[in-house]
Structures are given as structure tokens and as C-alpha cells.
Design a protein around this ligand. Structure first.
Ligand SMILES: [Zn+2]
Ligand SMILES: [Zn+2]
Ligand SMILES: [Zn+2]
Ligand SMILES: [Zn+2]
Length: 283
């Protein structure tokens, strides 16, 4: 688990970032490469991605057509600013007026904060663990909404906390997720709750097999590997629900071999299909 000071460091300062590239050039062969890049602070990335940020000038694909993603970046920035300011004032200091300074000040106040003996906090055990819980939530949310080229996955399920449909944003490789409605978040230590939830809802939806899917005509999209078993349509809700199950397997670390065995899909193909589903929903 990432340490509290490291999380504040990544939020406020430019840092080295290890990116994982997974390619699948020839059927089923998985190449994993690591690439170290220097990235701006997460707060700077949130600002750039927000509607008024410099992101609009970049002209790249993706964000231009996804204004919702820009609003989500701004929402996270505003949330961090408000909650960090609240902590600083609760600890007896004045809000310095800038989000990054607020976070740095919060980090400097931590040594004086009451901390219990538990290695991991539980609920409201102590002030230090309550701060840690909030910082981890900010850090998780910021990392989810700042991905430029690979937007987070948006499954067509409800949030396990607030039950809003379509509000979850999940990073499959990083194993973290958040809800853009209630701002609950899950990190690599708690992602299994999310995985189980998405799987249960997807299975329940697939379970109603006797019902017709309502698609007008079989219209197979030859490029796509997952088709509805009833109408043969790749864009049928049954096919996209199967893809949700594939995504949950990827979230749980399934290898390409396992995905080929279960669904006849390599990992790279599966990831591409999952992204297409998201774009269809987002447009
Ligand atoms: Zn990073
Ligand atoms: Zn505690
Ligand atoms: Zn929620
Ligand atoms: Zn169908």
C-alpha cells in the first residue's frame, strides 16, 4: 500500500511514473514492458484536464469528444480542495488558498496528529487514520480521472454504495475504482468488493436467458469476437454484458491464456473491445 506521504507527494509534485504497456501483437503472446516517465503532479494533471484547463489546446483525440470526463476531473479537483481545506482548518491552521499548499501544509501537520496503534485504520479510530483515508480517496480519484489516452472503464452497473447506475469509473490495470456520484473509492486493497459486485450484477442480467434481446436483426460485426448468443449482434446488451464479465476477470489479473480459454479472446482484444463499449455509451 502506498504510504500517506508518497500519496501527498504524487498529488503535489512532479514524479516518476512507471507505466505498464501490454501488447499482444501475435495471437495470445503477451509482452509486458515498463516505461519510466516524469509526470506532472496529479493536481496539475487535474487542472489541465478540467474544462478551463490547458487540455483543450492539446487537440488530441479523446477528451475533446468527452466533455463529461473534463467535468469529472474538475469535480475531483474541487472535492480535494474542499476536503483538504476542511482538514487544515480542523487542525487549527488557515487555508493557504491553493490546493497544493493546503496538502503540503496538511502533511507537515501530521506528526502532531493523534494516531492509534492499529497498522491499518478502521472507521474513526483516530484522526491520523481519518486523514489517511481521505488522502487515499483523493489520490485514487485523481489517478482514475487523469488518464488521458486510456479513459477509465464505465461498467453498466450500479454503485455498491449509492446504487446510482453508470457512475462507476474503474482502472482495470491499476485495480482501483471510484463512483462519480457518491465519491466512494476502492484501491488495490479493496478492489475485490467492486469485482464481486460487477460480476453479480452482470450474471443476474445474463441470467434472464428466456427473454428475447429485442435486437431487430442479426447484424454481426465481423471485427468483434463477442456476439450475443441469440441475435448474433455484437452491440446487443447480452454481448456487452459478457464483456463486463471479461473485464472483471482482467481486474482480477486474468492472463491472456485464461481469457482465450474462457471467451476465445486474447487480453489485448478484450481490452480493445471493452474500450469500444465504453465509447459507445459515452457518445
Ligand atoms: Zn504516478
Ligand atoms: Zn487509527
Ligand atoms: Zn456511488
Ligand atoms: Zn441479442
Amino acid at each position: 500500500m502506498t504510504d500517506l506521504h508518497d500519496m501527498i507527494g504524487e498529488l503535489t509534485r512532479s514524479h516518476r511514473h512507471r507505466e505498464v504497456y501490454t501488447t499482444d501483437p501475435i495471437h495470445g503472446t503477451r509482452w509486458t514492458r515498463f516505461h519510466n516517465t516524469r509526470v506532472p503532479s496529479l493536481l496539475a494533471q487535474l487542472e489541465a484536464a478540467s474544462p478551463s484547463g490547458e487540455g483543450g489546446a492539446r487537440g488530441g483525440a479523446g477528451f475533446e469528444s468527452r466533455p463529461a470526463a473534463r467535468v469529472e476531473a474538475l469535480d475531483v479537483l474541487v472535492t480535494i480542495d474542499r476536503e483538504a481545506s476542511r482538514w487544515v482548518r480542523m487542525l487549527g491552521q488557515d487555508d493557504p488558498g491553493y490546493t497544493d499548499r493546503c496538502l503540503t501544509l496538511l502533511a507537515s501537520l501530521l506528526p502532531q496528529v493523534v494516531r492509534c496503534d492499529l497498522p491499518r485504520g478502521r472507521g474513526t479510530c483516530c484522526t491520523w487514520h481519518m486523514v489517511e483515508h481521505d488522502v487515499r480517496s483523493w489520490w485514487t480519484q485523481a489517478r482514475i480521472v487523469t488518464g488521458w489516452d486510456t479513459p477509465a472503464w464505465r461498467p453498466d452497473v450500479t454503485c455498491p454504495n449509492c446504487t446510482t447506475r453508470g457512475s462507476l469509473r474503474i482502472r482495470l490495470e491499476e485495480r482501483c475504482g471510484m463512483c462519480v456520484e457518491c465519491r466512494d473509492s476502492w484501491d488495490p486493497s479493496s478492489y475485490q468488493v467492486l469485482a464481486d459486485h460487477v460480476r453479480t450484477e452482470s450474471m443476474a442480467k445474463l441470467g434472464q436467458r428466456s427473454e428475447p434481446c429485442g435486437c431487430p436483426l442479426p447484424r454481426p460485426w465481423t471485427d468483434l469476437a463477442v456476439l450475443c448468443p441469440k441475435c448474433g449482434n455484437a452491440s446487443c446488451h447480452r454481448a456487452t454484458t459478457v464483456l463486463q464479465l471479461v473485464a472483471v476477470d482482467i481486474l482480477e489479473g486474468a492472463t491472456s491464456g485464461l481469457l482465450v480459454e474462457r471467451y476465445g479472446l486474447t487480453r489485448a482484444t478484450a481490452v480493445r473491445l471493452i474500450q469500444q463499449v465504453r465509447y459507445q455509451e459515452a457518445s
